[in-house]
Write a protein that binds this ligand. Structure first.
Ligand SMILES: O=c1ccn([C@@H]2O[C@H](COP(=O)(O)OP(=O)(O)O)[C@@H](O)[C@H]2O)c(=O)[nH]1
Ligand SMILES: O=C(O)[C@@H](COP(=O)(O)O)O[C@H]1O[C@H](CO)[C@@H](O)[C@H](O)[C@H]1O
Length: 326
């Protein structure tokens, strides 16, 4: 159950995108630079309109955003071309810090974006959003510009589940509801006030984002929430209601593998926090089953997540000085 202190946090640190119109956020910008990063794997259908909306509304319209970057995460479609045509700066994730062995995953794309962007504030936005609006960005950036003590702002929203032959207004966020929320309530109750702990839309001060590790796969959001709370404290984190988010959905089997990666990530944090002290390390794989004409075929999946060190360490080591506030 949400502790009283977390209820107070929720009352004090929740705002709405309606509180952050672009004109107000622009007036708060000052000399703070802002990078918007879109991790994109096979998102040719949606990435172009998202980039165009940001560029037209928040670069050319209200000059708030300083760069729009798409990290092409080993796409096999025309994601890179579509994003570039819409006006984004596009980088292939394996071309960034190319002397390091390349790794799979969303978190790898997000981590590498820190090496090719320069904004004091970095905003992450998924590239599969079907109802994107500029308020996704202004709602995340506004609180950071208004309160210099804030380090991180997470988006929240209602999440419909739209599938081929069905629509339900509130059943999206299946891994959130079935795994991430129960885990956080059980082991990190101080984080139970985050309405959408796995939301892919969030903004942070670069100095904080570069001071924490990045889990390379789908555990990245879960790990950032736990690790940033350790680093800066929940009171320097906030959330903004962005309304509703519709996005492309993966299959239940794919979300089962995503859940495996998130559970592997959570286990590593529970171990670091001393919540679990396993005599035997947990299995790093899951077996799923597919029904066949004569029974069931078992499919083994590795859900072990890799992790990148804080980008500050990597860039310091390369003689690229980084600001140090945390
Ligand atoms: O290896 C990956 C997997 C995902 N993504 C991106 O991360 C975001 C969220 O991923 P996905 O849509 O697969 O997750 P879901 O929203 O279904 O949970 C999307 O912009 C993906 O294109 C990525 O950049 N690299
Ligand atoms: O929140 C969730 O349960 C998952 C799956 O959402 P749906 O059930 O497909 O609406 O989506 C999120 O999880 C991923 C892992 O953290 C994030 O990377 C995605 O941005 C986010 O959409």
């Amino acid at each position: 159950m949400m502790p009283t202190r977390t209820r107070q946090w929720l009352a004090n640190r929740m705002s709405s995108h309606l509180d952050w119109p672009a004109s107000r956020v622009r007036a708060l910008k000052g000399d703070t630079t802002i990078s918007v990063v879109l991790p994109a794997k096979d998102e040719q259908e949606t990435v172009g309109s998202i980039v165009t909306t940001i560029r037209e509304s928040l670069v050319e319209g209200v000059p708030l955003v300083d760069e729009v970057v798409v990290i092409d995460s080993r796409s096999t479609d025309n994601t890179a071309k579509v994003a570039a045509r819409a006006g984004a700066a596009v980088y292939a994730q394996d071309d960034i810090l190319a002397d390091l062995p390349g790794l799979w995953g969303k978190g790898e794309a997000l981590w590498k974006s820190l090496a090719v962007t320069g904004g004091d504030v970095v905003v992450f936005v998924d590239s599969d959003i079907r109802n994107f609006g500029a308020h996704f960005v202004t709602g995340l950036v506004g609180p950071l510009l208004a309160d210099p003590d804030l380090a991180y702002v997470k988006g929240c929203y209602s999440r419909p589940l739209r599938e081929a032959d069905s629509f339900s207004p509130f059943d999206g966020g299946r891994v959130t509801e079935l795994l991430a929320r129960p885990l956080l309530n059980m082991c990190w109750p101080e984080l139970s006030g985050f309405v959408q702990p796995l939301a892919g839309e969030y903004a942070g001060r670069r100095e904080a984002l570069e001071a924490v590790p990045f889990v390379c796969g789908y555990g990245v959001e879960f790990a950032l929430l736990v690790d940033l709370a350790d680093l800066v404290g929940v009171d320097r984190m906030a959330q903004t209601d962005l309304g509703r988010r519709e996005h492309s959905h993966q299959s239940t089997a794919a979300l089962g593998r995503m859940a495996g990666q998130i559970l592997d990530t959570a286990w590593s944090r529970m171990h670091r926090h001393g919540i679990v002290a396993p005599e035997h390390p947990p299995s790093r794989g899951i077996t799923q089953f597919v029904q066949t004409t004569d029974g069931y075929e078992s499919l083994d999946w590795d859900v072990e997540v890799s992790e990148r060190p804080p980008m500050r360490q990597v860039l310091d080591g390369r003689g690229v000085p980084r600001p140090r506030r945390y």
